[in-house]
Write a protein that binds this ligand. Structure first.
Ligand code: GH3
Ligand code: MG
Length: 423
């Protein structure tokens, strides 16, 4: 566990910071000190300092000497100050601090402490800087590094496009407008329209003297725009705003597409993915199989062992499906019914994989507070030759019904389903 140092001479402020840090900095060892001397002694004890929140004016370092010292040690530094002039503030930002926070009450202390967590999460966020000027690219990348982002660089739009298409983990694109080979507009257009990269956050940058540029950028698919030169502060505010909105959107997506009990994808996700994959599988050579699974006599489990034990069975079953079919689309469709889509897999090969899980399930058991219990499932498995997703689901459901009728704990499969018209 890495450490965060807090240096503040006011007893009252330290008390507030301690309270906030206890609630929000659980990922760190938080060390509190009340003077520069004490802070130096603590700093010497270990070398895994993640960040520091430091008062600019301490009794034994009255003029920011502790900030200088921390920056020399290359520790990301958040400065707490009383009121200060613009010049002093700009000088601190130029010097390389992460941010400064004026002591104006609970909110400002929360901001400072939360910023440490923000830096921690930023390490997982990858930003692509597309800018032809090496100096500006270096400047922007340096600012981003200060906030612990991962950085990728591109010298023109074409390089940036290739980088985004090759690396799915790029989260944010900062792009200049005027660039050789491919400019910022062409880049955004290619990403948003041609390649449908909707979840990439795009921020436009330009020094061009055109007051309509920001509007044009945003109408072409950018999320935000910054005119150069910009202040450090404006830059970080925009980036933090973009990151916060990206995280909110991702969380909403996660909630909308996840089954809360098992953590598997839900019906909504399955239907969307299946529609996309079925369209892709329209090529005659691409096989696609679909399985519908249903736990046998699940009502008995609930009735005999209780609803909570039933939930544990669902969770265990979901885990085994996730493990066995990690390469495929697995979802809990509702109740004790699950679906798996096997793109590229003919029905015989899908059947072999499914049969292995059936045998494992039959042989295994789930520990619950009401006792250890075993269960089985039945499945209907079909392969698509043509027709809509609804038709394919209907065929799988019919096979599943047959499996239940034939005695359960079995997989009923067909070859290619009969061609039907698209719904
Ligand atoms: P069959 O072998 O024919 O599939 O019979 P079954 O008992 O599995 O099917 P049935 O449809 O009769 O009962 C399913 C039960 O699943 C009824 C419902 O209360 C229960 N169920 C649905 N969702 C949940 C859940 O999230 N947790 C638990 N514990 N039970 C659930
Ligand atoms: Mg059932």
């Amino acid at each position: 566990m890495s450490a965060v140092l807090i240096v503040e001479d006011s007893q009252v402020v330290i008390k507030v910071l301690r309270y906030i840090a206890r609630q929000t900095l659980s990922a760190f060892d938080v060390v509190f000190t009340m003077s520069a001397e004490e802070a130096r002694l603590e700093l010497a004890k270990r070398d895994d300092w993640f960040a520091c929140i430091v008062d600019l004016n301490l009794p034994d370092a009255p003029d920011g000497e502790m900030v200088d010292y921390l920056l020399e040690q290359q520790i990301p530094t958040i400065v707490l100050t009383g009121r200060m002039g613009d010049e002093r503030r700009d000088a601190l930002l130029r010097q390389g601090i992460v941010d400064y926070v004026q002591k104006e009450g609970l909110y400002s202390y929360k901001y400072a402490v939360n910023l440490v967590n923000r830096l921690h999460r930023n390490r997982d966020i990858k930003v692509l800087v597309a800018e032809d000027s090496a100096v500006t690219r270096w400047f922007v990348a340096d600012l981003l590094r200060r906030h612990r982002f991962q950085i990728v660089e591109a010298e023109n739009g074409k390089q940036a496009l290739e980088a985004v298409l090759a690396d799915d983990s790029i989260d944010i694109l900062l792009t200049d407008y005027n660039m050789p080979v491919m400019d910022g507009f062409q880049l955004i257009h290619a990403l948003r329209n041609k390649h449908e990269k909707v979840d990439l956050v795009i921020i436009g940058l330009s020094s061009a003297d055109d007051k309509y540029l920001s509007g044009k950028f945003i109408k072409n698919g950018a999320d935000d725009f910054l005119y150069k030169p910009f202040s450090h502060e404006e830059f970080f505010c925009r980036i933090m705003h973009a990151v916060a909105s990206m995280e909110r959107t991702r969380e909403l997506h996660r909630l909308a597409y996840t089954d809360p009990l098992t953590g598997l994808h839900n019906r909504r996700y399955f239907m969307e993915q299946a529609r996309k994959l079925i369209t892709k599988a329209d090529a005659p050579e691409s096989a696609l199989s679909l399985a519908m699974l249903d736990i046998d006599h699940f009502k008995h489990i609930n009735d005999n062992y209780g609803h909570d034990a039933g939930d544990l069975v669902l969770i265990a079953f979901a885990q085994s499906l996730r493990r066995a079919f990690a390469r495929f689309v697995v979802a809990r469709m509702g109740g004790e019914e699950f679906c798996i889509l096997f793109p590229g897999l003919p029905v015989d090969r899908a059947a072999r994989l499914l049969e292995a899980v059936r045998e494992q399930t039959e042989a295994g058991c789930v520990d619950t507070p009401a006792g250890s219990l075993s269960f089985t499932f039945s499945a209907g498995l079909v392969e698509r030759s043509a027709g809509s997703l609804d038709e394919l689901l209907k065929q799988a459901d019919m096979r599943l019904y047959t499996a239940k009728e034939q005695g359960r704990n079995r997989i009923e499969q067909t070859g290619a389903t009969r061609a039907v018209s698209c719904a």
